[in-house]
Write a protein that binds this ligand. Structure first.
Ligand code: NAD
Length: 507
């Protein structure tokens, strides 16, 4: 790991504020411990309000320059950033895996997602289209333009410590904004590594400081951003609890938000499902990233006619899972992020049992050699009733609740009957069931898949969810519009001033 840290420019103690090539910070130290083996990887000095204000000043200054750079030229810079990420992919992927605890494959996949979003943003930089609209007045023309917003605040969660920032940054940067990123205090070193990679691109192109800034620290540093009227848009990814606080703070000053919050994702397993496809989708969805994806499969709604068969298939599949060091590619399941997460997992199991849940595959914390960090837990399956309170709650751990349904209408009702609305899936080859699930009476989630699990979205689509998931959309499709302001222009190229709606005003 020493070499990885060296390659990414990470020191033992790192200033956590940066406006580009300048790194500074005077706040308290945040130590970053790896959930893989419990060892300290390094420390980051958190940002004080004075540090934050320096970053804000740089971002505001940089905006005056960056908004005048033609969008395709901004895209060219992001193209170069994508190339740098290709170079650093092995090292950055490893750091993501070591600091967050996801498998090396997933760590590398996260960096690949950054590269993909760079490519997407490069193309987008030539496609920030507005509309032309016919005017009701003679010799008039109407059009829409999209302009950059200013300084965009990005707050991210620990579980995607680099990709979620890049979804926001790369798209927003080609739109002409500048940025202040507040990463999770649980994965601060990943943010330093990203900033160092960006800095190389910025230096090679003589870009001003401030196009990408980072500030580090806990929710208090996040609040510098959310309460700042200089920051017109906050894109926040994290728990529903956090989203509610951010929405209130930003809403109180009539700022804009993109909220990407918790999920409680279900798969409906129908009798016509291709069982091989279904089992892969279910098991990967439920135990991948140790259940710490916003799109993790948390509920499995099974048709009663195949319930017993599925139960035994699941028990068998879970017995094959290898839990251990995520840097070892033979393992399927790595650790939870920290002991607090382990306690939340244990409490949820206890609550589920107290509410009448029946354990199918028991959970528990692993001990002994290889599990010294105390963060490795067993993926667990609980037979549940959809009305149990704990089933409606997102526990960020590998707990899968399974339940029965009789009709497709009932299955969809169970699926929708939770406060969250991120991802959902149906396993079926029956087109009537599929269309019902995808139609207006079907899934109420932002993502609805067929014969694919709930996790692992592609960057080309708009990503996000409804209800308590926050309603935001990021990444592909036309998500870029959220990072820009729309301006309607009416141009009179005639010799008179006809008013709209035929109103006369002569003097
Ligand atoms: P968290 O809510 O604890 O923290 C997320 C970020 O918000 C951190 O940077 C934290 O410092 C900051 N924060 C917390 N309170 C804040 C406040 N009052 N003001 C400003 N900033 C504040 O979440 P976490 O434990 O890091 O991540 C797990 C959660 O994130 C899960 O609920 C998961 O579903 C969700 N998530 C959602 C998506 C999505 O796209 N929908 C993606 C990844 C993670």
């Amino acid at each position: 790991m020493k070499e990885v840290l060296k390659e990414l420019g990470i020191k033992e103690i790192n200033p956590g504020t940066s406006t580009g090539k300048i790194f500074f910070s005077e706040g308290e130290l945040i130590d970053s411990f790896s959930p893989v083996d419990g060892s300290k990887i390094g420390s980051v000095k958190s940002s004080t309000l004075a540090d934050y204000n320096k970053a804000l000043f740089a971002a505001k200054e940089a905006f005056l320059y960056w908004r005048n750079v033609p969008a395709p030229k901004r895209g060219e810079i992001i193209r170069q950033f994508g190339d740098k990420l290709r170079k650093y992919k092995p090292a950055l992927g490893k750091l993501v895996s070591y600091e967050m605890g996801k498998s090396l494959q997933e760590g590398l996949g996260e960096v690949q997602e950054m590269i993909d979003i760079c490519d997407f943003a490069v193309g987008l930089s030539r496609q920030l289209y507005g509309l032309t609209i016919t005017s009701e007045r003679p010799q008039h023309r109407m059009m829409e333009q999209w302009h950059p917003l200013g300084v965009v605040g990005i707050i991210t969660a620990f579980n995607f410590p680099v990709a979620v920032w890049s979804w926001n940054f790369c798209i927003s940067a080609v739109c002409g904004n500048t940025h202040i990123w507040k990463p999770s205090e649980k994965t601060p070193l990943c943010s330093i590594a990203c900033q160092n990679i960006w800095n190389e691109v910025a230096a090679e192109n003589n870009l001003p400081e401030g196009i990408s800034c980072i500030v580090n620290g806990d929710y208090r540093v996040g609040e510098y951003l959310t309460s700042d009227t200089n920051v017109p848009l906050i894109s926040a990814t994290g728990s529903v609890r956090m989203g509610k606080m951010v929405a209130q703070k930003v809403g109180a000053r009539l700022g804009r938000t993109i909220l990407e919050l918790g999920g409680n994702n279900a798969i409906i397993l129908t009798p016509s499902a291709d069982m091989k496809i279904a089992m892969t989708g279910i098991v990967f969805g439920a135990v991948g990233t140790a259940g710490q994806r916003c799109t993790t499969t948390r509920r499995l709604i099974i048709h009663e006619s195949i319930y017993d068969e599925v139960k035994s298939k699941l028990s068998h599949a879970y017995s094959q899972l290898r839990i251990g060091n995520p840097l070892d590619e033979r393992n399927h399941v790595g650790p939870l992020i920290d002991k607090q997460a382990v306690n939340a997992y244990l409490n949820a199991i206890e609550r589920a049992i107290a509410e009448g849940g029946k354990v199918l595959v028991p959970g528990g914390v692993l001990e002994g050699k290889g599990y010294e960090s105390g963060c490795y837990v067993k993926p667990c399956i609980i037979e549940a009733n959809p009305n149990m309170e704990i089933v409606k709650h997102e526990t960020f751990a590998p707990i899968l609740y399974i339940m029965k349904y009789k009709t497709i209408e009932e299955a969809v009702e169970i699926q929708n009957n939770v406060p969250q609305g991120l991802s959902s899936a149906i396993m079926t080859v029956n087109m009537r069931e599929m269309e019902y699930f995808l139609g207006p009476n079907g899934s109420d989630c932002g993502i609805a898949n067929v014969n694919i699990g709930t996790s692992g979205a592609e960057i080309g689509g708009a990503f996000g969810g409804e209800k308590e998931t926050g309603g935001g959309r990021e990444s592909g499709s036309d998500s870029w519009k959220a990072y820009m302001r729309r301006q309607t222009n009416t141009i009179n190229y005639g010799n008179s001033v006809p008013l709209a709606q035929g109103i006369k005003f002569d003097f």
